[in-house]
Design a protein around this ligand. Structure first.
Ligand SMILES: [Cu+2]
Length: 157
């Protein structure tokens, strides 16, 4: 059902029906979301609702997902300045992405980013940290225009 419906959509678009899976999920994701926006403009609410229901599961796999971090989740690091580095599965827009640190006392501090280590990476250096439990929170904008966010809890010993 999923693929036959997408075939119909592809015919409306004139080009989607020709693709055979050579495009990445990333491209699928951004194209499908443009389709949803057009549907809204045309006031095709039932179609839009159906598309959303079909697309949300795909959407979860489509954009910036954290693949590696320093510190690692639940890692215990030495006190002092901590080098934060996050690696994602897709290119991200660093200027529209943010890193914040939840301190042991509940304060939230915005981290100043360092130059991107790679197009899919983010980096920052914390102020000197004292022992306690911290949570690094990230929010990133992927190239396809979608925002994802997550947390990396870690300890300072
Ligand atoms: Cu996306």
């Amino acid at each position: 059902m999923n693929s036959s419906l997408l075939g119909v959509i592809g015919d409306e678009q004139g080009s989607l029906s020709k693709r055979k899976g050579s495009l990445t999920r990333y491209l699928n994701c951004s194209r499908r979301f443009r389709l949803v926006r057009r549907g809204t403009r045309a006031n095709a609410l039932p179609l839009t609702a159906l598309l959303l229901a079909l697309l949300i599961p795909n959407h979860l796999y489509a954009h910036a997902v954290l693949v590696r971090s320093n510190p690692k989740a639940h890692e215990a690091v030495a006190s002092g300045e901590v080098n934060v580095e996050l690696q994602f599965n897709s290119r991200i827009d660093a200027a529209r992405s943010s890193l914040t640190l939840l301190m042991p006392d509940g304060q939230v501090k915005k981290l100043t980013q360092l130059p991107q280590p790679s197009p899919a990476g983010l980096a920052a250096k914390t102020s000197p940290l004292t022992p306690g439990s911290y949570v690094l929170r990230w929010q990133v904008l992927a190239n396809d225009g979608h925002i994802t966010r997550g947390e990396v809890p870690f300890e300072v010993k």
